[in-house]
Design a protein around this ligand. Sequence first.
Ligand code: COA
Length: 155
Amino acid sequence: MRSRFQAPLRAMPPPPPGIRPFRPDDVPALGPVMWDAYRGTPDEADVGGPEGAAREIRLALDGEYGTFLPAASFVAEAQGRPVGAALVTLYRGLPLLAFLFTAPSHSGHGLGQALVRAAMHALAAEGHDTLTLAVTRRNRRARRLYEHMGFVEVA
Ligand SMILES: CC(C)(COP(=O)(O)OP(=O)(O)OC[C@H]1O[C@@H](n2cnc3c(N)ncnc32)[C@H](O)[C@@H]1OP(=O)(O)O)[C@@H](O)C(=O)NCCC(=O)NCCS
């Protein structure tokens, strides 16, 4: 069971150092990071493993979850390596946060929030006014993060 959340977009400060735009050549490194992040969560089975994670990222890039928006998608780096990402698409006319993840080794330090804020900054600058996402009801950690960031459950 998934809930749909949305947040209004307004002008935001630009992303801090360590958060940079997504590049297509990030996919091989992001697969294992995404799997590490999802392993042990209620969404683990949907990802399946590092290969499954890379496949999900490629599907997002290829338009399976709406038109991929590279300019609104960001990677968090630590010591020059990706440790998290926010991937955004345009789904049925609205920006959708298709994937958000932070490696467990780097979670709890604000990277997840910084990635979402970076996406919000880029989307607001392009004139979008709403960011949507779907989250599994039992994914309490993600839900709390979104609620603290001003998202409200709409369905
Ligand atoms: C959900 C997830 C993206 C959070 O990533 P994260 O990098 O740990 O997120 P943050 O550190 O920004 O926020 C986590 C908590 O740490 C807190 N925090 C700790 N140190 C912080 C700091 N220095 N600055 C800001 N927040 C900090 C945040 O306030 C937040 O608390 P809250 O949940 O009560 O609001 C990550 O746990 C994950 O990848 N989960 C698996 C994948 C997943 O479920 N994705 C969402 C699917 S919809």
